[in-house]
Design a protein around this ligand. Structure first.
Ligand SMILES: C[S@@+](CC[C@H](N)C(=O)[O-])C[C@H]1O[C@@H](n2cnc3c(N)ncnc32)[C@H](O)[C@@H]1O
Length: 342
């Protein structure tokens, strides 16, 4: 009926039980001429506004910069992180203002210079802020849990969010297998997202977490304490350590205790395994993520198996690709069930 007569960019309105479809200038003004008994009413239009932040740039700028404008961005809480091509750097503030105007839930827009150094933190420069608060500290909600963090000082990425959800099934199965709550070690914990869900579900009795980055530690402690306080097992204990995860093996309080060990250091974690094995209890589950060359899963399995067997552990190793990382590299999930004869 409305072929060619619907006004673009104007919202549909409600009027009691009726829906009002916006008509353009091509539609006949006479209600009898093809509206099948529907009436025409006059209402002020609901303009939808620009559909994309680019439309908020001055038209001349949009034309010149179009090929270089960012096609993607990342949002952590109310902080938007965007990578910029050198060609648009001079107009970074205009781009940031357009983004702020477009995304009402964003408070701060930053240029993201990429992940740097061993702590894998972002090189950020604030471009524009809504109101007076230009801090990059923010709160990210993942699977219904809040993590406060500052992407400029501590690592966080939503990339492994699905993985953390998938890990829960393995953790619950291990808890059922052992018939008790778990002792969990997470030496590369960042701001704590690996243990959020298991703690909330009451699957953990003792969580030992740490990071080499001292600036991640206050976030790690407060995020996980808050989750424990509201969890199914608020008596769970939390131990927070700052320093190199490879040092934990020298602490007698930690040796042979971990029923569950996270190894979330995707670029070096495989090299750390030998130093982490002394932490494992007799019947342990190790969950790790590593970035490796594509289609190398079998090689990784053999390498991991060799490391554990050299330490006298029997293992069942599963390595599978989770998502592409680049054209030549991929992220793999590593699931190791390690037991000792004793
Ligand atoms: C890829 S991030 C993972 C963080 C967190 N598990 C997550 O998923 O958001 C790796 C973390 O390990 C920390 N790190 C790097 N080398 C370390 C080391 N030798 N010992 C302990 N932590 C380390 C970094 O600061 C970073 O927070």
């Amino acid at each position: 009926m409305l072929a060619g007569w619907l006004a673009g960019g104007v919202g549909i309105q409600s009027d009691g039980d009726h829906r009002l479809l916006p008509l353009n200038d091509l539609a006949p003004s006479d209600a009898d001429a093809g509206f099948e008994g529907h009436t025409i009413v006059q209402r002020p239009s609901l303009e939808r506004g620009p559909q994309h932040w680019r439309e908020r740039l001055p038209p001349s700028l949009l034309t010149t910069l179009e090929p270089f404008l960012p096609a993607a961005h990342e949002v952590q809480g109310d902080v938007l992180l965007v990578k910029l091509e050198p060609e648009v750097e001079a107009h970074a503030t205009a781009i940031a203002e357009a983004m702020l105007a477009q995304f009402s839930h964003v408070r701060v827009v930053c240029v993201d210079g990429g992940v740097t150094g061993p702590f894998r933190i972002r090189d950020l420069r604030v471009l524009a802020a809504r109101g007076d608060d230009a801090s990059t500290e923010t709160t990210v909600r993942e699977h219904g849990l809040d993590y406060t963090l500052d992407p400029a000082t501590a690592y966080f990425s939503a990339r492994l969010s699905r993985e953390r959800e998938a890990a829960m099934a393995l953790i619950k199965a291990h808890q059922a297998h052992l018939g008790r709550r778990l002792v969990a070690h997470d030496p590369y914990a960042g701001v704590g997202p690996n243990l959020g869900l298991p703690l909330q579900a009451g699957a953990i009795e003792v969580a030992v977490v740490g990071d080499l980055n001292g600036q991640a530690i206050p976030y790690l402690r407060s995020n996980l304490s808050r989750i424990i306080a509201k969890s199914a097992h608020s008596e769970a204990s939390l131990v927070v350590r700052e320093g190199d995860g490879r040092e934990w093996q020298h602490d007698s309080d930690l040796q042979r205790r971990a029923d569950l060990l996270f190894v979330n250091l995707p670029h070096e974690g495989l090299d750390h395994l030998t130093d982490l094995i002394p932490l494992l209890a007799n019947d342990a589950l190790v969950l790790g993520w590593a970035v490796v060359d594509r289609h190398q899963e079998e090689i990784v399995v053999a390498r991991v198996r060799a490391v554990f067997e050299a330490a006298g552990r029997q293992v069942d190793v599963d390595v599978r690709a989770t998502k592409g990382f680049s054209t030549t590299r991929t992220m793999v999930r590593l699931v190791v069930r390690a037991t000792t004869g004793s």
